[in-house]
Design a protein around this ligand. Structure first.
Ligand code: BJW
Ligand code: ZN
Length: 251
């Protein structure tokens, strides 16, 4: 892929780069997205039955087991060339912040040091009653396991529909937009609020917005650069073009 010379210059001179990611970044690791036709989770399952606090109250066993299945998929998955290219950019950009909607922890596994998880992390269970973190100390004989503190049911540490995003994560993400020179928006359908408003906010703050996605999304309109393709293919090529010293040539 050939890249715009001005974009490459903007990347090289950036002091701070923000990388906002969605499920598409982990697709090439074998983790299903949510809304892709046929392969997306919501093509087979109903979000209302699995990813809301009401669903957990109604049927905690089904919800717990669905997340246990997702955890198995994620435990077997490793970072793909997109995660690795993002982590490699840290070597050449003075500051790089990943703002992710993903709950799989693969950015950290790839070596990204500064990751803001807007929708939580699937491995961080906490008690649905007293909200105490489980820290692996849960009683394992029950489904869902019980809180050692109050006996309440544990739930996965993700943000469900109708729940607020972690306040500190949201504040940190908003602060990054104020200072980042370039804002990447990668592998998200940009349909879920409030995260989907971040690229618009970044643009209104005067940031250079770069969208990477094989499909069109509403954010194509606000991005100055739209790179059409899979993140695991486009990102390594882009990093190689901008900073040949950090990445060997991609065939
Ligand atoms: C590739 C690729 C490759 C494929 N390379 N790309 C305003 C308007 C309307 C509604 C709302 C609103 N504000 C709030 C709402 C309600 C709701 C919402 O947004 N609903 C809309 C869907 C209609 N939002 C909420 O409820 C949020 N909470 C909230 O607003 O609280 C308010 C509140 C305040 C105070 C007190 C109480 C409440 C919470 C949202 C939580 C979302 N949770 C989920 C589940 C997480 C746990 C889990 O994993 O199970 O988060 S839903 C799901 O969607 C998940 C994702 O993080 C999120 C975003 O999905 P993402 O990442 O964009 O994935 P996809 O599948 O949609 O897209 C994949 C993309 O990748 C596609 O574009 C592909 O083309 C692309 N792709 N292969 C690059 N190889
Ligand atoms: Zn508890």
């Amino acid at each position: 892929m050939l890249f715009d010379f001005v974009l490459l210059e903007k990347l090289r001179s950036a002091r701070h780069i923000a990388v906002f990611t969605g499920a598409g970044v982990s697709a090439e690791s074998g983790i299903p997205t949510f809304r892709d036709a046929q392969t997306g989770l919501w093509a087979k399952f109903r979000a209302e039955d699995l990813a809301t606090p009401e669903a957990f109250r109604r049927d905690p066993v089904t919800v717990w087991n669905w997340y246990a299945w997702r955890r198995e998929l994620m435990a077997d998955a490793g970072p793909n060339p997109a995660h690795l290219a993002i982590a490699q950019m840290q070597q050449v950009v003075p500051e790089l912040t990943v703002i992710t909607q993903n709950v799989d922890g693969l950015h950290a596994k790839a070596g990204s040091a500064n990751v803001i998880e807007l929708h939580g992390n699937i491995w961080n269970d906490f008690c649905a009653d007293c909200r105490q973190q489980a820290n692996g100390k849960e009683g394992t004989n029950n489904v869902p396991p019980r809180c050692t503190h109050c006996g309440g049911m544990l739930r996965p540490g993700v943000v469900w529909f109708g729940e607020a995003l972690p306040a500190d994560a949201w504040t940190r993400a908003s602060d990054v937009l104020e200072v980042a020179d370039v804002f990447f928006c990668i592998g998200t359908s940009s349909l879920v609020e409030p995260a989907a408003s971040l690229p618009r906010y970044a643009r209104s703050c005067g940031r250079t917005v770069v969208q990477i996605n094989p499909e069109a999304t509403s954010h194509d309109e606000i991005a100055q650069y739209v790179l059409r393709g899979k993140a695991g293919e486009v990102l390594p090529q882009l990093v190689q073009a901008a900073w040949p010293q950090v990445m060997p040539e991609v065939p």
